[in-house]
Design a protein around this ligand. Structure first.
Ligand code: SF4
Length: 278
């Protein structure tokens, strides 16, 4: 849950780096108890959760994913303020909006970072659209899921192959499938811990943070897009529509996800970590 410190304009990189450097000297331990840690992290601010993350895991083992939506930009801002050259990646599906590329460049310039990019395998794309065409996703749920698998899920596997921790901007408010999402989980498929520091944030919290900290944001949000996805599959929402109504709006299923956040995220497993403290 965010508190005033998450919205503080005096967030100063020098102060935060100093805080982390001091904390990195904590005693190493060899295992992690997800349930117990979640019990503590649940009431912490996003900054506290991320401080715990970087105190606990090696910096280069931690990667933030962003699709350049509002939540992702909040986390790009916080991580860039906390540590030098945080590892941040995105997936360029090949069907992104121009506005997404614009805020990506803006973030690189403002924070002096170089966001890593992962792409779909050209052979996979070739097989996908052969005989079905480039807009296959409009014709069936199976086609749409196949496209998301090739353009998002498979590149994600490569993106996380060298990571031990995956930071994501998911929020519980964003739909039924995310309502019970823990702050910390273990994702067996990718063999990573997943941390969602904004799990408890409301949409209002996100936009207060963006305004108070002059965070660059995707201009599609000014045009009624609450979330950012691929251009053919994302539209603005109308007043009173659900936040996910603008994604794959032609499908009837109530809970729509691209597949990258579907997992048995509550699996608890021991794994080697360093500098455990909370
Ligand atoms: S969101 Fe649409 S275009 Fe993007 S990967 Fe999924 S089906 Fe393909």
């Amino acid at each position: 849950m965010p508190d005033r410190s998450d919205f503080d304009e005096t967030y100063h990189p020098d102060h935060l780096c100093k805080t982390l450097t001091m904390a990195m000297s904590t005693t190493a331990i060899e295992s992690i108890d997800i349930n117990a840690i979640n019990g503590t992290l649940e009431s912490k601010t996003a900054f506290d959760i991320l401080t715990w993350c970087y105190q606990t895991f090696e910096k280069d083992d931690v990667k933030l994913s962003t699709s350049f939506g509002a939540e992702g930009m909040v986390l790009v801002h916080i991580l860039s303020s906390m540590i030098e050259q945080p590892r941040i990646f995105t997936i360029d599906t090949g069907r992104n909006f121009q506005e997404t590329y614009e805020v990506w460049e803006e973030a690189n310039e403002k924070y002096g970072i170089d966001i890593e990019c992962y792409y779909p395998d050209p052979q996979d794309v070739h097989k996908l659209i052969k005989g079905k065409g480039p807009n296959l996703f409009y014709r069936s749920v199976e086609n749409r899921k196949a496209c998301c698998h090739v353009r998002k899920v498979r590149p994600l596997r490569f993106a996380l192959a060298d990571a031990g921790v995956w930071i994501s901007g998911l929020r519980r408010e964003q739909g039924a499938l995310r309502r019970d999402m823990p702050v910390l989980s273990y994702i067996e498929e990718h063999d990573v811990y997943k941390i969602c520091p904004l799990a408890n944030w409301t949409e209002q919290n996100v936009w207060e943070f963006i305004r108070n900290n002059a965070v660059p944001y995707n201009k599609l949000h000014d045009k009624g897009f609450p979330t950012i996805g691929c251009e053919p599959c994302t539209r603005p929402i109308r007043p009173a529509e659900d936040i996910r109504a603008g994604r794959w709006w032609w499908e009837k299923e109530a809970d729509k996800e691209c597949g990258i956040h579907l997992e048995n995220g509550k699996v608890v497993r021991k794994k080697q970590v360093v500098n455990y403290t909370i």
